[in-house]
Design a binder for this molecule. Structure first.
Ligand SMILES: [Mn+2]
Length: 347
């Protein structure tokens, strides 16, 4: 297992020095934020991240994310051009030493929460999701902005995009994902890069948009598109684990044994209703997931990929990017490292 930490670049209030001072930290997970979705990344930008990380003795071998253009998800005529750009980006990233690319295939919205600053009784704040609040929103006619909501959309642009998805059901979206995967796998295999799809977060449809990477069945179907170590998963315990139907350790045992997990996001969530949850601190006792069992499953399948602590709470007065502060994620990394040492030493 290689422990990593997400870094949002020079604008991130969390510095590389901060990250390097966390015990057991092997590297960073980052991305180029200087070009829009669907454009070629600049070699200079990729190499600049790598060089800066190496200055702090941190590796840079995982990119999160190379976003997939909406035209690919929609299956529009222009998708071939965007797939061509994606192929070029894979090659460039491979040349810079990147081994895993995390991405997702969620239409329009990335991860969604109803509140980014929910106040816990102890004064910390966390991200939470309440289905009733989300389903009361009309994304076509709304001034509000939500996490996962790309602020680069104009109101009209968003409305237009949503209307394009009217004809895209689960099946069509899956076929478009299949087309994308088949369009990039040869270059991934030649470049020794593993694609690692992130599950939909939350793992159910939002605003009537289909979500197709959400449980054992859909993960299995996805992996069936193309059987290769280059076509794998980012197993995000929090995304899958906010549905009580997902047995996260069982998923790790199943897909890890087949070497389909290239990257793991480890975090805990407390399920508070059928489609409601709070993000919590990482330890098992704080949420609904058994993190010990999760790490034990990783050990059982001899997991050798990359791991990072995922979202944390905001604690100790820290101000920053919701979910991506330093302190609680650092506690999470130390906790995961402790579990890992324990399961390894106990055999
Ligand atoms: Mn995640």
């Amino acid at each position: 297992m290689k422990m990593t930490f997400r870094w949002y670049g020079e604008d991130d209030p969390v510095t590389l020095e901060n990250i390097a001072q966390i015990p057991m930290m092997d590297g960073i997970v980052s991305a180029c934020y200087d070009v829009p979705v669907g454009k070629e990344w600049r070699e200079e930008s990729i190499n600049a991240i790598k060089t800066r990380a190496e200055t702090h003795s941190l590796g840079f071998e995982v990119v999160e994310s190379v976003p997939v253009h909406e035209d690919i998800k929609l299956g529009k005529g222009s998708r071939d051009e965007y797939i061509e750009v994606y192929r070029k980006n894979i090659k460039k990233l491979s040349a810079a030493g990147i081994r895993v690319i995390c991405y997702n295939f969620m239409p329009v919205f990335d991860w969604l929460r109803s509140d980014l600053n929910y106040k816990n009784p102890d004064g910390s704040t966390a991200l939470i999701y309440r289905e009733s609040e989300i389903s009361a929103l009309d994304p076509n006619n709304s001034e509000l902005s939500l996490p996962g909501w790309d602020s680069s959309y104009t109101k009209e642009g968003l409305r237009e995009l949503l209307s394009e998805y009217k004809n895209i059901d689960e099946e069509k979206l899956f076929l478009n994902l299949e087309y994308f995967i088949r369009g990039i796998m040869d270059v991934c295999e030649q470049s020794n890069v593993k694609m690692a799809i992130h599950p939909d977060d939350p793992p159910w449809p939002v605003f009537g948009l289909p979500r197709i990477i959400r449980d054992e069945k859909t993960l299995e179907r996805f992996l069936g598109i193309y059987d290769s170590e280059a076509n794998g998963l980012t197993l995000c315990t929090g995304s899958l684990g906010c549905s009580a139907e997902n047995d996260v350790p069982a998923l790790i045992r199943k897909f890890g044994a087949r070497k389909k997990i290239g990257f793991m996001h480890l975090r805990n969530v407390k399920i508070t209703g059928e489609r409601d949850f709070n993000e919590t601190a990482h330890p098992s006792s704080c949420g609904s997931l058994d993190m010990y069992e999760i790490v034990r499953a990783m050990r059982e399948v001899n997991f050798r990929g990359y791991v990072r602590p995922d979202h944390g709470r905001m604690i100790w007065g820290e101000v920053g990017r919701p979910g991506y502060g330093l302190f609680d994620r650092a506690l999470g990394a130390a906790y995961i490292g402790g579990l890992w040492e324990a399961v390894n030493k106990s055999g």
